[in-house]
Design a protein. Structure first.
Length: 156
């Protein structure tokens, strides 16, 4: 069990990971940065269990592909920095990350605003060659505030 405190990008962590589990975990975040939906097959098991799916999200790998596409279509200059990662017994990996991006497309119910976004999140995932199970928590209220800042919210 090693804990690594860092602020490296997901791409840097993929290259420097000391185990397969840490490499797969960092690669998951890199997919969101690159928008590489096809890369989901490398990272997620077909029947991956997402314990925190978006409302009406597909299950399994299709839900993960849709999530990657939603970030790709809604944001540019997306970058995840891994602030902390730790590999635990039983194939579990914990990541604490920071995502920055520019809101340039429709995302999470908001039209493009050109606003900068900066949120933190945590992923806890079981890795057995690929991610088989994932729990995730993001600062969604903060994200919503950043997306709607300066936007026309209609009659109040």
């Amino acid at each position: 069990m090693t804990a690594i405190a860092s602020a490296n990008t997901a791409r840097e962590m993929v290259r420097s990971a000391t185990s397969i589990a840490l490499r797969v975990a960092a690669r998951e975040l890199e997919l969101y940065d690159t928008g590489n939906v096809d890369g989901a097959d490398e990272v997620f098991a077909p029947d991956v269990i997402d314990h925190d799916p978006a409302t009406d999200a597909a299950s399994g790998i299709d839900g993960m592909r849709a999530s990657i596409a939603a970030v790709r279509d809604g944001f540019t200059d997306t970058q995840h920095r891994i602030l902390f990662q730790q590999e635990l017994p039983g194939g579990w990996v914990v990541l604490h990350w920071r995502m920055t991006a520019i809101h340039t497309g429709y995302a999470f119910g908001f039209a493009a605003s050109s606003n900068s976004v900066d949120i933190n999140g945590q992923d806890i995932m079981r890795v057995d060659g690929k991610i088989t199970e994932i729990y995730h928590v993001e600062e969604l209220l903060k994200l919503t505030e950043q997306l709607s800042s300066g936007a026309d919210r209609g009659p109040g």
